[in-house]
Design a protein around this ligand. Structure first.
Ligand code: GCW
Length: 690
């Protein structure tokens, strides 16, 4: 096989023939757990080792799952069933189950044995997946030496799935949770979902939307939730639900949800007891309160801490309350980027021990690029968790290829100036990712969006991993281990997110997407009811200049950062230009660091974004020999859409800015294909996810 490929590559290089794609098709369902048969030296080494799984002395559901994974994965890598007689022994020493497992494991290989040692069974499961990953990547058994423990306790997905099967901001079909048939029927997808998560170390799942239906707190849903909890328990995954704060009123028969009201407190306590009776390891509640119309403690003149602590009291030592800091209000004239900090930082130290405050990566809302949220580091006496968004609400849905690990490492590595980088600040709590899964056969709507699920899990396990290392691993596991493939696909993935920034919101611009669905450019929208719904609120462009002044002369949002950080962003001439228009309003003829005027630089960045997408397409075209026909075509089709839409973003944006500033396009920059009015008239009634 390898020899054939080399020969084919040589001939292709000579221009003698064109390569035909790998013939068989794959639909992507198996994610990064495909374990295709090893070839070459890696196959020889594993065959020489000839793995035989030794039956561990202590068994249990999690150890059994680990054994199943090893058996299936190893035989798939070998292309034959495992032997039972003599051979290289794989031994598991898994400790005893523990309510609060560390997840730690060690995997060490020699020519005669691979040992998986863990503090408790789930560590053995993680170690088994890690071993399979190493072998899949071509590592020889006697070279395996892993000693790992997760950097943070909570590594969770947040699903924005609704009881009717729709998914808010979901671009991969319908919900994977079949509430209609649960609890009687637990779809096999629920097991494959758990396998995928466990393979990354993800240990918690919130199954319903933060814009929560109170249904999840009714007796009708309890058996459904319990059935999922039972299915996922062997995989080390605890179930959580989003709780609607007004549930005592909505479904509890009370006339208030005031967190200080004794009847309300008693209702939540009884509700928690009822849940724990059915699901002893229930994780807890995630709450979106007093944000975007959701009910919350402020409806009763109480604080976020009052609300969170009331729920924390109800679950007690049994679980965790995850309280979201994504709050903003139309009545408040304050810069939206400042509101969460202003509401929460004064409450530092007031939250109960089992409360975690969950903070989005940036201060606005999952934009292609935002500076890190100023709350990180500003609440030393509160556990803060990072919320990332896997589903690409503002980055082209599942249609555009954008690998998000570079975005997340940018945030995790950001120095807060107040006790470490963001990864340090969140270490005592964890990371949550808004899931991108759906009923589509490939789970995530596009093959490359699987990489974002993978990357999220890997970074929550170890935020020190590099984005390109993760890309390489994922691409090798998902498509091909061939070095020539990886050499081309990894750089393509690595530049993809910056490309989106360039063609959508270059130089620190943000929130210019279409109203409601958030797809496509709409920088011209200025007349929506709430000020901060309008792109114009964010770009503040007019005939003279563009950008949001967040310095002391403007909203002074900059002052929410530590002085050492704020000073780095205070001078538009010397600062990182990627955040320029986030923090500053500058004239169109402002000189940026490249020596160009701002207007020229904007045009250059849009053009660069479009050009990168063309390059990505060209790269992908060369990769047909390494990818099965079905997934090759699926990715090609998406890249074609992305290229057209990158151009659309660039053209429509430039047409609008030009309409404001009256400037000619810089030399060499092509005129938009349509008029501004034509771009403004475009509508997308079928856009998914709203
Ligand atoms: O990103 C915005 C989305 C809303 C979402 C909200 C939130 C779940 O547009 O759809 O609601 O954020 O994070 O609460």
């Amino acid at each position: 096989m390898l020899v054939n490929r080399l020969a084919a590559a040589l001939l292709a290089a000579l221009g003698a023939i064109s390569l035909s794609p790998v013939a068989h098709g794959e639909d992507g369902y198996d994610l990064w757990l495909r374990y295709p048969q090893l070839e070459g030296a890696a196959a020889e080494k594993l065959n020489a080792f000839n793995p035989v799984i030794a039956t561990p002395s202590t068994r249990g559901e999690t150890v059994d799952v680990a054994l199943d994974e090893l058996e299936a994965g190893l035989s798939s890598l070998l292309g034959r069933p495992l032997g039972t007689g003599s051979g290289g022994r794989i031994t598991l020493d898994c400790g005893a189950p523990n309510a609060d497992p560390s997840g730690r494991f060690r995997v060490t290989g020699s020519s005669a044995e691979i040992r998986i040692v863990a503090d408790e069974p789930v560590g053995c499961l993680y170690g088994s997946f890690a071993l399979l990953r190493e072998l899949s990547l071509g590592r020889a058994p006697d070279q395996i030496a892993l000693d790992e423990a997760p950097a943070m306790d909570l590594r969770m997905l947040n699903h924005w799935d609704n009881p009717d099967g729709s998914v808010e901001r979901g671009y991969a079909g319908r919900s994977i949770f079949d509430w209609w048939h649960l609890p009687r029927r637990v779809d096999t997808r629920m097991i494959d979902y758990a396998r995928a998560n466990a393979s990354l170390g993800i240990n918690g799942t919130v199954v319903n939307n933060v814009n929560a239906s109170p249904l999840f707190l009714t007796p009708r849903y309890l058996p459904k939730l319990a059935a999922l909890a039972d299915a996922w328990r062997p995989y080390g995954i605890r179930i959580y639900i989003s709780a609607r704060f007004s549930a005592p009123r909505d479904v509890g028969g009370l006339d208030t949800a005031d967190p200080l009201d004794p009847q309300v407190r008693a209702w939540w306590k009884a509700k928690a007891d009822e849940i724990y009776a059915a699901i002893p390891d229930f994780g807890g509640f995630l709450v979106k309160a007093n944000s975007e119309g959701q009910p919350g403690p402020q409806d009763y003149g109480r604080t976020h801490a009052d609300g969170a602590n009331m729920l924390a009291d109800a679950v007690g030592g049994r679980g965790t309350i995850i309280w979201r800091a994504f709050v903003y209000s139309a009545e408040d004239e304050t810069d939206r980027a400042k509101q969460a900090y202003e509401e929460f930082v004064p409450l530092d130290g007031q939250f109960a021990d089992n409360v975690i405050v969950q903070v989005k990566n940036g201060p606005i809302d999952f934009q292609p690029r935002e500076p890190f949220h100023p709350m990180f580091g500003a609440m030393p006496n509160t556990r803060l968790m990072l919320e990332a968004q896997l589903t690409k609400e503002y980055l082209g849905f599942a249609s555009h290829l954008a690998f998000l690990a570079p975005m997340w490492t940018e945030v995790l590595d950001a120095e807060t100036g107040r006790g470490g980088d963001v990864a340090d600040i969140i270490a005592p709590a964890g990371m949550a990712g808004v899931a991108n899964t759906g009923s589509d056969r490939n789970w995530t709507g596009s093959d490359f969006d699987q990489a974002n699920w993978y990357a999220f899990g890997r970074l929550a396990w170890d935020p020190a991993l590099t984005a390109d290392g993760i890309a390489r691993e994922w691409a090798a596991l998902t498509f091909s281990r061939d070095p020539a493939f990886l050499q081309a696909v990894v750089p393509m993935m690595m530049e993809s997110r910056q490309a989106v920034v360039d063609y959508m919101t270059p130089l620190g611009l943000a929130h210019l997407m279409g109203t409601g669905h958030h797809y496509g450019p709409a920088p011209w929208v200025c007349d929506l009811a709430r000020p901060e719904w309008n792109p114009c609120y964010y770009h503040k462009a007019d005939a003279r200049g563009i950008g949001f002044d967040r310095t002391a002369a403007g909203t002074d949002a900059l002052a929410q950062y530590a002085p050492s950080v704020a000073s780095g962003w205070s001078d538009p001439r010397t600062m990182d230009q990627d955040y320029l228009l986030w923090f500053h309003h500058v004239p169109w003829d402002f000189r940026v660091q490249s020596g160009r005027t701002l207007w020229q630089e904007l045009a250059a960045r849009y053009d660069r974004g479009v050009a990168t997408v063309s390059d990505m397409r060209a790269t992908w075209r060369t990769l047909a020999p390494f990818v099965d026909r079905q997934r090759f075509k699926a990715v090609s089709d998406m890249l074609e859409i992305q290229q057209e839409e990158a151009q659309w973003w660039r053209d429509a944006s430039l047409a609008y800015w030009q309409d404001l500033n009256g400037l000619a396009l810089p030399a060499g920059s092509a005129a938009p294909a349509m008029t501004l009015d034509e771009y403004r008239a475009l509508e997308f009634p079928e856009a998914p996810g709203e």
